[in-house]
Write a protein that binds this ligand. Structure first.
Ligand SMILES: [Zn+2]
Length: 582
C-alpha cells in the first residue's frame, strides 16, 4: 500500500513542528556523557577525511576510527571515475578495496577529471562523469581549492569557480541527490605579506606554494568566496557543503549571513577548529545553535604514508597516539566550556582555543544527524541481529522480561521519507529466533495514542492510518521484491500481507501482544512469526535476510524507519536493512 498523500503532508508538517520544538529526552547538560556513548556506539560521522587507497592505509585509518569512536568516515579523495585505458577507474579501485577491508565504515566522494576542459563538449562529458560516479556508488562530489587558484585553461588562464561550463555539473549533482563538498580559497593569512610577522608563518614556511598574496598571479580571497556564493545561488536544488567552515572561519558574521541567505549551503568544521576556536565561545555557540541543521563534524584527517592531522609541515610524522589526541581535542572543544587550551593543529598558529559546550540536542546533529540526512542514499544498510533462544515463550507485551535482554536493540529514530532525526520518538526494536519462530519486540515512546474506535478483533485493512508498528521481511536476499508484511497497533489489532501479490486474505499465523504504559508513556509490542510464513525452512545460523521496521505515530507526525525508505511509501525493498541470525 502506498503512503497516502495526506500522510506525506502531515509528515512534512511534522518536520516543521519538530524543528521548532526542542526534543524531549536526556538533559542537555550531559552532552559530554551522551557523546561518549555515541562514540562507544560508533555513531559519529567524520564528513571530511582523505584516505589513500591501499590496504595498509585504509587499515590504519579504520584502526584509528575504532580507537577514537568514529563510525563512518567520508573519504573525499575517492578519485576520478574516468578510466583511461585501464579496466577500472581510481574511484572503483579504492571503493572496492575499502568495501572488502571494512564494510560499511568508509564512503567515498568522487572527484572531477578536468581533462579536455577546452573541448566544446566538456560540460556534457563532465555530466557523464557525475552520472557514472552516481552509478558506481559515490556518496558525493568533492572539489578541491585547485578551482579558482590552480586549474588553468588551454590559454593559461585560471578557471573560475563560477565558470558557466560547470553549471551542468552542479545541476546534475542536485538532480541525482549527490551533495557537493567544495573547498575554495584558504585562510586569510595566506593572502597577507609573506614574512615572519604572518600569523601562519610556520605553515607558510613549510609550504611556500600555499601563499596567494601575489595579486598578479592569484585572485583576491573574497573574490573566490563571492564566486562560490554565486554558484550556490544559481543552483538552489543542489546542496553545497562549504568546507573549512564555509571557507571563512575568520569571519563569523560572513558565515552567518551566507548560511542565512542560502538554504542549500552547509558548512563543515574540517581543519578549522583552531581558527573558529579563537572567537568568543558565546558567539560561536550562538552560531552553531542558529544553524544547527547545517553544520557538520569533519576533521581533514588524512592517512597517507604519514598521518596529517588538519595540516602538516616538516615536523616528525604523527603517531596513532597523536591522532587520538587530535580527535579528543575536537570532542573537548565541542563538548566542554574549557578555556584557553592548546588546539589540535599547532602548525596553524601559536594561540589557544576555548570550548563551546554544545548541548546534546545540537551535538548529535553536528556529529551525525545532519550527515545521516545528507548521505542517506549512500550510507551502509543497518544490521539487526537476532539472538537465538533455546525455548519458545508466551507473548504478553512485556518487552523488559529477561529473555529479551540477550537481543541487542536497534533504533528507529529517523523519518522514513527524509532521514530527518526524531530523537523525541526514538523507538527500540529487538529480534530473537527459535526453531519455530522469529520474535520481534518494539518499545515506542508516545504522547497521545491515535487508534481505531472501537477496537476490531478481525484483521483490519488500513491499520497504517493509525498508530502502528510494522515489519517487512524478505527471506531471500536475492529476491527482495518478494516479502511479507506484519502490522500491530497499540490495541493489538493485526494485519499481515504477502507482497508483491498484495494478498490481504493470506494468513501468516503470526501472533502478537501489546501493553500501553500510560505512566511511562511507552507502548510495547511483542510479535512472533512462524518460519512457514516467510520461508520454506527456518534459517541456518549466520544466515542473512532483509528487513525493515517502521513506526507510525500520528500525534507527533512521526513515520520512522529502521532504514529510511527515502520515499513516501514504505515499500522500497532495496532500502531494507539486514536481519542476521546469530
Ligand atoms: Zn580536505
Amino acid at each position: 500500500m502506498n503512503f497516502p498523500t495526506n500522510v506525506v503532508v502531515l509528515a512534512l508538517l511534522g518536520l516543521l513542528a519538530a524543528s521548532c520544538s526542542s526534543p524531549r529526552g536526556p538533559s542537555e547538560k550531559d552532552g559530554r556523557a551522551q557523546a561518549a556513548q555515541w562514540r562507544a556506539e560508533h555513531r559519529i560521522i567524520d564528513l571530511h577525511q582523505h584516505l589513500n587507497g591501499t590496504t595498509q592505509h585504509l587499515t590504519r585509518a579504520v584502526r584509528i576510527m575504532d580507537r577514537v569512536g568514529v563510525g563512518v568516515a567520508v573519504n573525499l579523495s575517492g578519485g576520478y571515475v574516468t578510466r583511461g585505458t585501464n579496466a577500472a577507474s581510481p574511484f572503483e579501485k579504492v571503493k572496492r578495496l575499502a568495501d572488502a577491508l571494512a564494510p560499511g565504515r568508509i564512503v567515498h566522494y568522487m572527484n572531477l577529471d578536468y581533462t579536455g576542459w577546452d573541448a566544446p563538449d566538456f560540460s556534457a562529458r563532465a555530466v557523464a562523469q557525475v552520472e557514472e560516479g552516481h552509478r558506481l556508488g559515490a556518496a558525493g562530489l568533492k572539489e578541491f581549492k585547485r578551482l579558482g587558484l590552480n586549474l588553468k585553461d588551454g590559454n593559461g588562464k585560471l578557471i573560475k569557480i563560477d565558470d558557466p561550463k560547470l553549471d551542468a555539473v552542479w545541476k546534475r549533482c542536485g538532480e541525482l541527490n549527490l551533495p557537493i563538498s567544495i573547498h575554495v580559497a584558504d585562510p586569510r593569512a595566506f593572502w597577507l605579506p609573506y614574512e615572519p610577522g604572518n600569523e601562519r608563518w610556520k605553515e607558510l614556511g613549510d609550504h611556500k606554494n600555499w601563499w596567494f598574496g601575489d595579486s598578479n598571479k592569484y585572485p583576491a580571497r573574497m573574490e573566490l568566496l563571492e564566486a562560490l556564493n554565486r554558484v550556490i545561488a544559481r543552483h538552489p536544488k543542489t546542496t553545497f557543503v562549504c568546507l573549512h567552515f564555509a571557507n571563512n572561519a575568520e569571519d563569523l558574521e560572513w558565515v552567518d549571513a551566507s548560511l542565512s541567505k542560502y538554504p542549500n549551503m552547509m558548512a563543515d568544521l574540517a581543519a578549522r577548529v583552531p581558527e573558529i576556536g579563537r572567537h568568543d565561545p558565546a558567539k560561536v555557540r550562538a552560531l552553531f545553535t542558529k544553524h544547527q541543521d547545517r553544520i557538520l563534524f569533519a576533521t581533514d584527517f588524512m592517512v597517507y604514508d604519514k598521518l596529517i592531522l588538519g595540516s602538516s609541515g616538516n615536523e616528525p610524522p604523527p603517531t596513532d597516539d597523536d591522532a587520538a589526541v587530535f580527535f579528543a581535542k575536537h570532542w573537548r572543544w565541542l563538548e566542554t566550556n574549557d578555556k584557553n587550551f592548546p588546539h589540535m593543529t599547532p602548525i596553524q598558529g601559536d594561540w589557544t582555543i576555548s570550548g563551546i559546550g554544545l548541548p546534546a540536542s545540537v551535538l548529535r546533529k553536528v556529529y551525525f544527524d545532519n550527515a545521516r540526512k545528507l548521505l542517506a542514499r549512500s550510507l551502509p544498510l543497518p544490521v539487526m541481529k537476532a539472538a537465538r533462544v533455546g525455548a519458545d515463550f508466551n507473548l504478553d507485551g512485556n518487552t523488559s522480561k529477561r529473555v529479551w535482554q540477550s537481543a541487542a536493540p536497534v533504533a528507529m529514530e529517523y523519518e522514513s521519507r527524509s532521514a530527518i532525526a526524531r530523537p523525541d520518538l526514538a523507538t527500540k526494536a529487538r529480534a530473537l529466533w527459535s526453531e519455530k519462530f522469529l520474535y520481534l519486540a518494539y518499545e515506542c515512546p508516545f504522547t497521545t495514542l491515535t487508534t481505531f474506535e472501537p477496537v476490531q478483533a478481525n484483521e483490519r485493512f488500513g491499520l497504517w492510518e493509525r498508530d502502528v508498528v510494522e515489519a517487512f521481511i524478505a527471506s531471500d536476499a536475492n529476491n527482495v521484491k518478494r516479502y511479507t508484511e506484519y502490522e500491530v497497533s497499540p490495541t493489538n489489532e493485526r494485519l499481515d500481507v504477502k507482497i508483491p501479490e498484495k494478498d490481504f486474505a493470506w494468513s501468516s499465523g503470526f501472533e502478537s501482544a501489546t501493553r500501553v504504559d500510560e505512566q511511562r508513556k511507552v507502548w510495547t509490542v511483542e510479535m512472533r512469526i512462524p518460519w512457514s510464513a516467510m520461508s520454506d525452512a527456518a534459517p541456518k545460523p549466520g544466515a542473512r535476510w532483509r528487513i525493515n521496521l517502521y513506526r507510525c505515530d500520528y500525534a507527533n507526525k512521526g513515520f520512522l524507519a529502521f532504514n529510511p525508505a527515502l520515499d513516501g511509501s514504505f515499500h522500497t525493498p532495496e532500502r531494507f536493512g539486514w536481519l542476521e541470525f546469530e
